[in-house]
Design a protein around this ligand. Sequence first.
Ligand SMILES: [Zn+2]
Length: 127
Amino acid sequence: MHELGIVMNVLEQVDAVAAENKAEKVLKITMEVGEVSSVVPDLFLDAFNWAKKKTAFLQEAELEMIIIEGRTYCKTCGESYQTTAYGKKCPHCGSYETYLLTGDQVIIKDIAAVFGEAETPEPVPEK
Ligand SMILES: [Zn+2]
């Protein structure tokens, strides 16, 4: 399960960022995971929930994954198409002269953390 290696790497980075910024704890990590990246979201989440217990700041953190659609561009006809549906062969013209535009990323997009004493702000009444 190579997801675990990626998760450990992400958690180490976030743990370091949390320590640097003197965070009390990390509540949530938002990640962009490409549809055609090497990561299987279910396995990634399992690995995350297991590995977070070993961190200093992420014991209670939750993981949100934004799945980015794989898009492939065709050099022959200039069209782009959904990678998972057609692979390397352009559905518009049948060419194999194609390359991946997006969808193979695994990126930390956002980190939500609590700083200092856990002050719960009074809810502001909406007017
Ligand atoms: Zn084409």
